[in-house]
Design a protein around this ligand. Structure first.
Ligand code: NDP
Length: 341
């Protein structure tokens, strides 16, 4: 069973050598009544929060994600097929998504909301690593539950072409909002405007003054900011928020590899402008997963919601694909194909 192992805790930007391969002989038995399920992993999801798990134990992050154990395999969201089951709710051939090891086969013990059976297979199966999985639920719950959007409001999304951002932008357009996204290359900016239907987009790496870029795109200010990056972008956004605006703090990828987090200079704006700034974690909303599917599947089938994936072939490509997230190498949702069947 080929596995990806964390060599040691990571400081700074992760390197490919922080992840090593091991061909382990592991116990794959799932006796009846054990509630264990043996799965073959088909697709694995690369997610920014995995960097938090690669670092030394951090008490402030413990409520989100405990660290991986050096010398042991890493794990994350994936799409898998049941090979054998000792669990009454799963049988051979079932498809599911949820947390699995970065390996060819995993033994899992599904509990409520730890894994979800895949019942709709008329859409690409890989979507369950992103659009129809954790990232999609993040966009859906963050936008509707935290941002409280209203038709006609102005919405800004950072890391907008990524797994979460591309859906947030499309949901905001469906809601009838004016939507602007930022991304780190002109190719991504083109996707935002011409594939995902954002009204405006800019390449933040080419803007000398982020405040000026936001003022150009939002002459009347920002009502809603879907925060994915943190750092300088958050500071610039704070200068442009409207009265009673909302900021959904989903992620701060610009901070994950820093040993000390950057300060936020303009935070007092949240008082003056009565801004609601709220962090959230997607797993708190997993009880709404079937409602999400009911909402999103018709849009996908009608071609009204689209999704771009960046597909790496083979578990061997996993480390570079994961690390690429922190350099903006991925165009769309980054996933790994371990096996196509
Ligand atoms: P993406 O698919 O957007 O991939 C990460 C992207 O982040 C990169 O492609 C890059 O895009 C951008 N990026 C990388 N480094 C920086 C940097 N220093 N400054 C600015 N942008 C950077 O990832 P996801 O959509 O999966 O995740 C987006 C955010 O949402 C992350 O912060 C993640 O941690 C968070 N998240 C939070 C969840 C929650 O429950 N709260 C659940 C899931 C995700 P570019 O080229 O545009 O720079």
């Amino acid at each position: 069973n080929k596995q990806v192992i964390l060599r040691d805790y990571v400081t700074g930007f992760p390197k490919e050598s922080d992840l090593v391969f091991n061909d382990a002989t592991v116990d794959l038995s799932v006796p009846a009544g054990s509630n264990k399920v043996l799965v073959k992993n088909l697709y694995l999801s690369c997610d920014p929060y995995m960097r938090i798990r690669m670092g030394k134990p951090d008490p402030s992050a413990a409520a989100l994600a405990l660290p991986y154990t050096p010398g042991q395999q890493i794990y994350g969201y994936g799409v898998s097929k049941v090979v054998d089951s000792g669990h009454p709710d799963y049988t051979k051939g079932d498809l599911l998504w949820g947390i699995v090891g970065w390996e060819e086969y995993s033994v899992i013990t599904p509990t409520i909301y730890s894994h979800f059976k895949i019942l709709h297979t008329d859409v690409p199966l890989s979507y369950y690593t992103g659009l129809l999985g954790m990232a999609g639920m993040t966009a859906y719950s963050g936008f509707y539950e935290i941002c409280s959007p209203k038709k006609g409001e102005t919405v800004f999304v950072s890391a907008a072409s990524g797994a979460v951002g591309q859906l947030v932008g499309q949901l905001a357009k469906i809601m009838g909002c004016y939507v602007v996204g930022s991304a780190g290359s002109n190719e991504k900016v083109d996707l935002l405007k011409n594939k995902f239907g954002f009204d405006e987009a800019f390449n933040y790496k080419e803007e000398k003054d982020l405040d000026a870029a936001l003022k150009r795109c939002f002459p009347e200010g920002i009502d809603i900011y879907f925060e994915n990056v943190g750092g300088k972008m958050l500071d610039a956004v704070l200068l442009n928020m409207n009265l009673k605006g909302r900021i959904a703090v989903c992620g701060m990828i610009s901070q994950y590899n820093l040993e000390e987090q950057e300060g936020v200079r303009n935070l007092a704006t949240v008082i003056y402008k009565r801004v609601k700034l709220q962090g959230f974690v997607v797993s708190d909303f997993y009880d709404k997963y079937s409602k999400f599917l009911e909402f999103v599947l018709p849009y996908i089938r009608e071609g009204k919601i689209t999704y771009v994936e960046d597909v790496a072939e083979g578990l061997e490509q996993g480390p570079s694909a994961l690390i690429g997230l922190f350099h903006g190498k991925n165009v769309g949702k980054q996933l790994i194909v371990v096996s196509r069947e």
